[in-house]
Design a protein around this ligand. Structure first.
Ligand code: ATP
Ligand code: MG
Length: 388
């Protein structure tokens, strides 16, 4: 067979496999003009608009180089693409429909995640909705330019916990004073900076108390203790605008929680606009404690690198809620779920008896695990300003 005819047959054969296959194949041909090229060994249809390709990389054609072409594959397929390494084979997941600019929080089907301690929906990616167990991370960090979705993500986290894991204890540091006020009946919302230090101190005391209990029970971490039938509710500490935290003592307490809280069920999710600002001089030292990172649109490579250790978030399309999620070797572009706090407040109110149950659990916690709620929230002598 002459070469042009063989080429023509190959061309027709590839088109027959469908537009996604053809697009992936065209990019490979274009990017790897010389043989041997990466070879598509299998196409698996995952859904109406979703495919998975198994690809073999020939010797000398590195994974990192291939992964860098993710954007080219996304442009060619007209959707979103995620490339992963599995031994010598590479998988490429392709969602031929582009990520939308908004997905509702109701997309989170929490019933599917019964085996997770603290399931959190991180957003929709080429792999579908990404849900991870916050209890598996030490802590989580989110950043990005103003107005691109940090606080919305924190609302998603807070409501996922309050609605679906009501046994957990939620503490929210909200220096903007209004953002999380609607949760004041369900969580400990601290909006006055002077109360932050005292709360962090109490959390440190709680951490030390828990450490002793776990040691006595011979458990390396809280999950083991719970499996054995022990009662130790997870505590999730959400901090919006970490850069506002300037009190030295409060920062010391927080750093200690970050370093040692992981095994005893205290998980911290912190948000900030610009981690490259002066406030974060020591940020490098504790950054490793935040295994999970979510970077919304960043103004420049420096801020993106501070969050992700790469510049991907500086090159995101300027879409609210669009972000790069990174945890260890996993890096994904996601569109976070959107949650209107007004709807969230209604949802929490609509659940009959939920509020009462929550308060009952909190008071039970305060006897068994946590210090009394009011003194937990406020320094002595300030009880008049208790909101709850
Ligand atoms: N996932 C999303 N999907 C659609 N729209 C979103 C999403 N996240 C945020 N938005 C929109 O962007 C607006 C700003 O989001 P948000 O307040 O979370 O930003 P921010 O990063 O916290 O800003 P700031 O730094 O000023 O606090 C929201 O009011 C909402 O309209
Ligand atoms: Mg915000």
């Amino acid at each position: 067979m002459d070469a042009p005819l063989a080429e023509r047959i190959r061309f027709l054969w590839i088109r027959k496999k469908g537009p996604a296959y053809a697009a992936v194949s065209d990019v490979i041909d274009d990017q790897y003009p010389k043989l041997p090229r990466p070879l598509i060994i299998k196409q698996i249809k995952l859904g109406e608009n979703a495919f998975k390709f198994l690809i073999n990389l020939p010797p000398g054609k590195g994974f990192d180089e291939f992964k860098k072409k993710e954007r080219l594959f996304a442009d060619a397929t007209g959707g979103s693409v995620h490339i992963e390494k599995h031994g010598t084979t590479v998988t490429m997941e392709v969602l031929t429909e582009e990520l939308k600019n908004s997905y509702a929080f109701s997309l989170f089907d929490y019933l599917k995640y019964g085996d997770m301690y603290l399931p959190i929906p991180l957003g929709v990616s080429a792999k579908g909705l990404i849900v991870r167990d916050l209890a598996e991370y030490p802590h989580f960090f989110t950043g990005g330019e103003t107005n691109f979705g940090k606080s919305n993500f924190l609302h998603v986290v807070a409501n996922s916990i309050l609605l679906y894991r009501p046994e957990a204890f939620l503490v929210i540091v909200d220096p903007k004073s209004t953002e999380f006020a609607y949760l004041a009946d369900h969580a400990l919302v601290i909006d006055e900076m002077e109360n932050v230090r005292e709360t962090f101190k109490k959390l440190n005391e709680e951490m030390d108390r828990r450490k002793k209990i776990l040691k006595a029970a011979n458990c390396v971490k809280v999950q083991k203790y719970i499996e054995k039938g022990g009662e130790m509710p997870f505590i999730v500490l959400i901090i919006d605008e970490l850069a506002e935290l300037q009190d030295k003592e409060a920062i010391e307490y927080l750093w200690r929680l970050l370093r040692m809280g992981r095994f005893i069920g205290i998980h911290i999710i912190a948000a900030t606009q610009r981690p490259s600002s002066k406030v974060f001089e020591n940020f490098g030292d504790i950054k490793a404690m935040f295994l999970g990172r979510l970077a919304f649109v960043c103004a420049d490579d420096i801020n993106s690198r501070m969050i992700l250790d790469n510049d991907l978030a500086a090159h995101l399309d300027a879409i609210k809620g669009r972000a790069i999620y990174k945890c260890g070797l996993e890096t994904l572009e996601v569109q976070t779920l959107f949650l209107d706090p007004e709807d969230a407040a209604k949802k929490l109110k609509k659940m009959p008896g939920k509020e009462l149950t929550k308060i009952a659990i909190l008071s039970k916690q305060s006897q068994k695990v946590l210090p009394p709620r009011q003194s937990f929230a406020l320094p002595p002598g300030r009880l008049q300003s208790v909101k709850h």
